[in-house]
Design a protein around this ligand. Structure first.
Ligand SMILES: [Zn+2]
Length: 412
């Protein structure tokens, strides 16, 4: 089965082949030219031009053809929601009072513990479907609401199960140091973490830690870095979200794959991060919903950083699952160009998940994970709140087609 995408108004392609990532200060080199592509029998991009005799033709007239969107930072799977907590937060109830009323990460940990596997999975599958409708063709799952050895490993197993039963490929990150479980010191919990890593590594490709005044410190980040190295896992970290902790130099010493949040990054840490191969994952949804400080995205771009955008989809600080919405927020809040934002949710996001040799850009040989927009690419940010995704493809197969776009796909 071959597929030809014909007559697109824009096909988004990288400036050169085989790039593992593209530093954001080169985003202007992305091509957005009219044209088409051909996908071969193997589900991979065969060439950057259409074919007249393909089995399936996709009429892309007026549309932009993008690499499938990659959401490299979500907290799926989780159980339930925290809407009441949000209501308290926006009306000015202090966090201490919300925590006392049983809110926060502890609340999601309790919900996860009390929800049977089927319940967790059916909620997560529904959300994966929603993400697909918004163009996410690959996403990351995290543990982190287990807060016990059994809970964390169950969470990773559920994430693995989720990956088997949704349309999109997924990856798993073991966020084993998310909050300090009751009855532990941070140091004692890190001993538990070390003991569970061999088992966690059967499911996950990365380790993650929340470095914050109310969570883990720099010495724990340092230890997690050593553990990642020893177990051949990627190091990722939630850092500089609320407080300036100076996590960046520590994480760079361990060659972290990504540092996520960075809303409160110290100005002196921007240049070294920009020069490194550690991606800067910015989460404008969490910043918007939490009225947090704004990450210095333009300074990071000027410093040459590998800038990435993600949803941080979770029931507490960012119950947002749409990457087009995230792109819209990022463009407005950070002053990103359309190209900078698209790069940040495709090739560079794939790099964070160590998948950029397989997907994340439209080039011959890569898997044909594609998104067809109902408009030019610049509309993604501009029509904030509109879902521009007309169809999504994984390995060339249409796995989501919006009803009003069904006419575009014809089989011969
Ligand atoms: Zn997060």
């Amino acid at each position: 089965m071959t597929t030809s995408f014909d007559n697109a108004a824009q096909v988004v392609t990288p400036p050169e082949p085989n790039l593992p990532y593209l530093r954001a200060n080169r985003a202007g080199e992305l091509h957005l030219d009219p044209g088409g592509i051909t996908v071969g029998e193997d589900g991979r991009i065969a060439m950057l031009e259409p074919t007249s005799n393909a089995n399936i033709h996709v009429d892309a007239t007026g549309c932009a053809l993008l690499p499938g969107l990659v959401d490299c930072h979500t907290h799926l799977p989780f159980a339930g929601w925290r809407a009441q907590e949000y209501d308290m937060k926006v009306t000015g109830v202090p966090y201490e009072q919300i925590a006392k009323a049983g809110g926060g990460i502890a609340s999601s940990a309790r919900a996860l513990r009390e929800t049977p596997d089927d319940g967790v999975l059916s909620q997560a599958r529904g959300l994966a479907g929603e993400m697909l409708e918004h163009g996410t063709t690959t996403f990351e799952c995290k543990s982190g609401y287990g807060l016990s050895r059994e809970g964390e490993l169950r969470s990773l197993k559920l994430a693995t199960e989720l990956g088997r039963s949704v349309e999109q490929p997924t990856t798993r990150t073991a966020l084993l140091a998310h909050a300090i479980p009751t009855g532990y010191t941070a140091d004692a919990w890190m001993d538990e973490v070390e003991a569970m890593i061999p088992e966690a590594a059967e499911y996950a490709t990365a380790l993650d830690i929340f470095v914050e005044s109310i969570a883990f410190g720099l010495e724990h980040l340092d230890r997690m870095g050593e553990l990642a190295d020893k177990n051949h896992l990627l190091l990722r970290a939630h850092v500089e979200q609320f407080s300036t902790m100076r996590s960046v130099p520590v994480a760079l010493r361990h060659n972290a794959r990504s540092l996520d949040h960075l809303s409160a990054i110290h100005p002196d840490d921007i240049t070294p991060l920009g020069a490194s191969t550690t991606a800067a994952v910015l989460l404008p949804g969490a910043e918007f919903m939490g009225v947090e400080a704004t990450a210095p995205a333009r300074a990071l771009i000027d410093a040459g950083a590998i800038v990435v955008l993600a949803t941080d989809a979770n029931p507490g600080t960012s119950p947002i699952f749409s990457l087009p919405l995230i792109v819209g927020l990022a463009v407005r809040k950070y002053g990103l160009s359309a190209r900078e934002a698209l790069l940040a949710v495709t090739l560079n996001a794939a790099y964070v998940l160590d998948l950029s040799s397989e997907l994340g850009s439209i080039e011959p040989g890569k898997r044909a994970d594609l998104v067809l927009l109902d408009a030019p690419a610049e509309h993604v940010a501009y029509r904030l709140g509109h879902n521009p995704v007309a169809a999504a493809f994984v390995a060339g197969e249409p796995i989501h087609v919006r009803p009003d776009a069904a006419w575009r796909i014809t089989r011969r």
